[in-house]
Ligand binder design. Structure first.
Ligand code: AMP
Ligand code: ZN
Length: 118
């Protein structure tokens, strides 16, 4: 059984206590549109397992980030943004701007993205 963290926004989206615009789901991963999109495609891809941040990953979590990347790759193909390009981002802690402490991979595309990020 998946251990839900009751005060975690994304765990509540996983358990459908809070609605989200879900675009992909399997047994270990969920993807939904970002509520405040920063690009025409802005999807968050999250593990169903509650892990707060990248720096909390342990050996037994190996493979989880792979899964997020593969789901994002497939969604980018669906959205036809492979040729134009897209960016995958995971923010870790305060200086990176992490606001929700349940690992999420941002898939951003559909417009030209500035670099370096702010
Ligand atoms: P980060 O700053 O990397 O932690 O990103 C958190 C992201 O979650 C932001 O892009 C928010 O717009 C997004 N977000 C916050 N609440 C929701 C929600 N209820 N549904 C979808 N996206 C959300
Ligand atoms: Zn969570």
């Amino acid at each position: 059984m998946r251990k839900e963290v009751t005060d975690c926004l994304f765990c509540k989206i996983i358990s459908k206590q809070i609605p989200a615009d879900i675009v992909f789901e399997n047994e270990s991963v969920l993807a939904f549109n970002d509520i405040s999109p920063q690009a025409p495609t802005h999807i968050l891809v999250i593990p169903k397992k509650h892990i707060e941040r990248i720096s909390d990953l342990t050996e037994k979590d190996k493979g989880i980030i792979d899964e997020l990347v593969f789901v994002a790759k497939g969604l980018a193909e669906e959205r036809k943004i492979v040729e134009s390009g897209y960016r995958l981002v995971i923010n870790n802690n305060k200086d990176a701007g992490q606001a929700v402490f349940h690992i999420h991979l941002h898939l951003l595309g559909g417009r030209s993205l500035g670099w370096p990020p702010g």
